[in-house]
Ligand binder design. Structure first.
Ligand SMILES: [Zn+2]
Length: 406
């Protein structure tokens, strides 16, 4: 998989629904068919590889992650959870093990959201947080939509997204931070996710010649954006376990000799604690209002995405903890600050995550690396936990069926 979209520095570039992502999907589907899985694709381009159970009336135990990457991504983020799932299917075939409940390996479309904001889009539609119309209409900077790109790649489908019961969803993923490595633990049991709030900000200034206009009369939207970004950084440091970043900026007209009349950018706030997220957002809005007055420039602010904080299913986190202990792996509980498909899936099925260490805490980086022994430990915890649920679905059945996706 790493050979597709390989970068010069040893990473991967498979932006969602590009030709590279398509080649990755096709390779994966070929592998799944060779492993005797039934492959289906829904209208969001989410891929499901199914291994039937002995009781066809049971909903599936689902696991998986994503194959798309950021432009300078690594080989492990997302890919580990997908390929570990495939390895599980092959291992069960080799060992001639049948499960009562079917197993489904999911590859979610546009998890990273670099090309089509927001991220985790395929799982959001599946779990009912976003409509299919919203999902298919997301556009990249060139104006191409998710729906158009799915059709171009031959992935247009009429299969309903979600709306069917899932017994449980488990996601194996690399940690993307240094906590497991620093504490010498092989396995992280993710008990939940922090709150995430995404904003789009547009500062409206006035285009003009860079020379003659006196400084006091200028309305430079890029200067306005700079002041907002610095304030967002301050807010990201001020509320306990908080984070913030601006990671995209679009300056217009972005040429020499013209003071920028309009600057658009995003701000991403995170906090593990809802109690602290509320004042963070209030501080941000008050700050925007003050800066808009001081600089005499209109500033539009729009929150376009929110999720979390989320608590994963305690029965599943308990099972993962027990399994990691039984297999002899040192483990600790974590709360994820990154976004993952399991966070969306938790809305329609009991969900949880297993994490394994990222070397030096690096991720979304071409140098991203997880040792093979750690990948193996994570895959074994996933396999043993999935088997336990798939063999005794009664453990979860009652609870999950009440929470079927809309
Ligand atoms: Zn990921």
């Amino acid at each position: 998989m790493g050979q597709i979209g390989a970068t010069a520095r040893g990473g991967s570039c498979r932006l969602a629904l590009t030709d590279e992502d398509h080649r990755g999907r096709e390779l994966f589907i070929g592998w799944c068919r060779a492993a005797h899985c039934e492959v289906s694709i829904d209208r969001m381009g989410n891929i499901f590889a199914r291994r039937p159970g002995t009781d066809a009336t049971l909903p599936p135990v689902m696991f998986g992650s994503h194959l798309d990457t950021v432009p300078t991504g690594g080989k492990f983020d997302g890919v580990l959870g997908v390929l570990a799932g495939l390895e599980m299917m092959r291992t069960l075939d080799d060992a001639k093990v049948s499960t009562l409940a079917p197993l489904e390996l999911a590859v979610w479309t546009n998890e990273e959201g670099c090309r089509f904001p927001p991220g985790m889009l395929g799982s959001a539609v599946f779990a009912g947080q976003a409509s299919i119309e919203f999902g298919l209409s997301r556009a990249d900077r060139a104006g191409k939509t998710v729906g158009e790109e799915l059709a171009r790649l031959g992935y247009a489908s009429t299969t309903l997204v979600g709306g069917r019961p899932v017994l449980a969803f488990l996601e194996l993923h690399v940690e993307q931070g240094p906590e497991l490595e620093e504490t010498n633990n092989a396995i992280g049991i993710v008990t939940g996710s922090s709150a995430v709030r995404l904003y789009e900000v547009v500062v409206h200034g006035v285009d003009c010649h860079i020379g003659p206009m006196p400084m006091a009369r200028r309305r430079n939207s890029l200067v306005g954006a700079a002041r907002v970004i610095i304030e967002a950084d301050r807010i990201g440091r001020a509320y306990g376990d908080s984070r913030s970043s601006c990671n995209f900026i679009d300056v217009r007209p972005n040429v020499n000799n013209v003071i920028p009349g309009q600057t658009r950018f995003n701000v991403d706030f995170r906090n593990s604690d809802q109690e602290s997220m509320t004042p963070m957002e209030a501080d941000f809005h008050a700050t925007i209002e003050r800066l808009s007055g001081e600089m005499d420039m209109k500033i539009d602010v729009r929150r376009y995405w929110k999720h979390g904080p989320v608590s994963f299913d305690p029965r599943l986190t308990g099972l993962l903890r027990k399994t990691a202990g039984r297999l002899g792996h040192r483990h600790k509980d974590l709360v994820t600050i990154g976004g993952h498909d399991a966070i969306n899936m938790n809305d329609c099925a009991p969900s949880a995550m297993v994490m394994v260490p990222s070397q030096a805490g690096l991720s979304h980086n071409e140098m991203e690396y997880t040792a093979i022994a750690d990948c193996e430990a994570g895959a074994n915890v996933l396999l043993a936990s999935v088997l336990e649920i798939a063999m005794q679905p009664a453990l979860l059945e009652t609870g999950s069926l009440e929470k079927v996706a809309g």
